[in-house]
Design a protein around this ligand. Structure first.
Ligand code: FAD
Length: 562
């Protein structure tokens, strides 16, 4: 059973033929039956998207063994963590994007790119239907379809308005490069409008009220950027209205940055208070109109309305329409987000992988399996295990789910027998107590964040799996993919959290790094500069970004409305 669960990505059958999934016999037959005709052909891999997950997948994929086609409506990769800086001109939009054809060129041009949007996925016939978003006046048909042997879906997510009335019509988003450019123009518009003759002070004040909905990292970083832009640059060129500017952050939870360590959260709140950025916690936005934003205080149920000049909606992300349609076809229609197994294979669908923000690893089965392992070990149904039995159980769980080991270790839970004995005495271990701890594992793994870090790691992981699979196909008699202990070479995807940053403006940032290490202040901002410079995808963008930062230090930000 262990083998079955662990070896599902790849197996070599007894005749030496390649079977894609050990647990999918129908597929195995199909591939083996088609082996002769297909042997000389490269497998067709269609990749949807050119974001974090897709580019990380493409970067290391062995393209000599696959025929790779990439489809995306954006012909570039965007370094999203710097989007808030684009909104205020701290860095220019072109400095954070890398043309996808440059990335392809580095792979000797063997990857084909089609600038188009995938409109529909047909998993039964293994076809994706696409439409080019290039001007319809040009000659030729805009629609086409592509067949695939393997499909890699990495189309990210879309903004989530939570069906709040007026948001689509009256709010700005920070999701795409175009959004950031639009925000930059609108900020300047607000100032230009506020200095026009004939306005009352109240009208000027309304035009200069910038409201940010969402106190997560994106909302907070934008608020900080905007504050710096206004106070370092704009007040000098619009001195007559400098005292009328207000920035408000609306957060439905009790604190901003609530996914960060408490120390960071309160540091950010105090800094915003000192900077005059108003933080309105415990308020839920009910509707937005062209001039007003209406909310309800969670504690008093009281309705509050405030006038605004501009609203930026920076809350969570939602599922794209093409994914919803795909989910309906594969019996995942009742889910909120596309589920994959731990090898990133879409559940209920063969040869389709999904990674990044558009999917989530389904953890329900993990907890069910763990419960089963416990039940099987608790032979006398007493609800307790001896230390030895417990150690066996843990080993079994960790073989199946290595992320459990990571979690337990990082929380100093059960990594050594001595610790166990400390906690449970010398004789027996209480199953329920342990299950409680595991429910924390469940919570932690379920809430794998929708971040570039996760997407990039998933892309790298999947390309490794693809490369190994083809090596095995070429050399079926080569080293078997099983270790003596029964572990499979293809471990499930494991996320390694490398920490997170929150730039807070005024050359200060906060960082939460592995090992519960928290750092805040100016030195952390320099750490942020170095990490983000080093993470750029090319030397070209690295130099452009560093150039933009230096230009901003010397000349300030550009306030032209172009
Ligand atoms: P994306 O990077 O969004 O890429 C999706 C790709 O799919 C795009 O190329 C898109 O054009 C394409 N696409 C869309 N629809 C279709 C379609 N129908 N057919 C084909 N292609 C399609 N994460 C961090 O780890 N650290 C940060 O500091 C950070 N800061 C952020 C700041 C902002 C402002 C934002 C918006 C996000 C930030 N994130 C950060 C989150 C991070 O950007 C996302 O988690 C990451 O982009 C997800 O990668 P992805 O590949 O799944 O999707």
């Amino acid at each position: 059973e262990t083998g079955q669960i662990l070896c599902s990505l790849l197996a070599v059958d007894s005749s030496g033929g390649f079977v894609a999934y050990a647990d999918s016999t129908a597929e195995g037959k199909r591939l083996v039956a088609g082996k002769d005709q297909k042997e000389t052909q490269k497998k067709k891999v269609v990749v949807l998207g050119t974001g974090w997950a897709a580019t990380s997948f493409l970067k290391d994929l062995d393209i000599s063994t696959y025929d790779v086609q990439v489809v995306s409506p954006r012909n570039y990769f965007a370094f999203t963590p710097l989007l808030p800086s684009v909104t205020c001109g701290t860095v220019e939009a072109r400095s954070i994007v890398e043309p996808v054809r440059n990335i392809i060129k580095k792979r000797n041009g063997e990857i084909k790119f089609w600038e188009a949007e995938c409109l529909k996925i047909d998993p039964k016939n293994k076809i994706v239907f696409c439409r080019s978003n290039i001007d319809e006046n040009l000659a030729g048909n805009n629609e086409f379809s592509l067949e695939y042997d393997y499909l890699v879906i990495a189309i990210g997510a879309q903004v989530n308005t939570f069906n709040t009335s007026g948001v689509l019509e009256h709010c700005h988003f920070i999701k795409e490069v175009e959004d950031a450019q639009r925000i930059r123009r609108t900020v300047i518009d607000c100032f230009e409008k506020a200095v026009l003759p004939g306005l009352t002070d109240e009208e000027r004040k309304t035009n200069l009220h910038f409201v940010i909905v969402g106190g997560g990292p994106t909302g907070v970083e934008f608020a900080a950027e905007l504050h710096d832009f206004v106070h370092e640059d704009l007040v000098k060129i619009y001195p007559s209205v400098k005292d009328l500017v207000r920035i408000t952050v609306i957060q439905s939870g009790d604190h901003i940055l609530n996914t960060f360590d408490e120390r960071i959260s309160s540091f950010a709140e105090q800094k915003f208070q000192r900077d005059g950025i108003k933080v309105l916690t415990g308020h839920r936005v009910m509707s937005v109109s062209d001039r007003m934003i209406n909310m309800r205080a969670k504690s008093t149920e009281e309705d509050v309305s405030i006038p605004h000049g501009m609203v930026v909606w920076a809350t969570g992300v939602g599922t794209r329409a093409v994914i919803k349609d795909f989910m309906e076809q594969i019996d995942q229609g009742n889910r909120r987000i596309l589920a994959t197994d731990e090898w990133l294979r879409v559940k209920g669908c063969e040869d389709v992988y999904a990674l990044g923000d558009c999917a989530t690893v389904d953890q329900k089965k993990i907890m069910e399996d763990i419960s089963e392992i416990f039940k099987a070990a608790d032979k006398d149904n007493s609800g307790t295990l001896t230390i030895e039995e417990f150690e066996d159980v843990i080993e079994d769980i960790i073989i199946r789910y290595p992320q459990v080991e990571l979690y337990l270790k990082s929380n100093h839970l059960f990594d050594v027998t001595d610790l166990l004995k400390d906690m449970y005495g010398n004789e027996e271990v209480d199953i329920e107590g342990f299950k409680l701890a595991l429910s924390r594992v469940d919570k932690q793994t379920k809430s794998l964040p929708a971040t570039a870090q996760v997407a990039a790691q998933q892309g790298a992981y999947l390309s490794r799996c693809f490369n190994e699979r083809e090596r095995c196909l070429k050399d079926p008699e080569g080293p078997r993919k099983f270790r003596s202990g029964g572990r499979h070479e293809f471990r499930p995807f494991r996320y390694r959290h490398l920490g997170q940053f929150a730039p807070l403006g005024g050359e200060q940032a906060a960082a939460e790094l592995p090992g519960d290490w928290v750092s805040m202040g100016r030195s952390t901002q320099w750490l942020w500069y170095s990490v983000y410079a080093s993470k750029q995808v090319s030397w070209r963008t690295r130099l452009l970004v560093i150039g933009d930062w230096s230009r901003r230090f010397v000349f300030g930000r550009d306030s032209s409305r172009i």
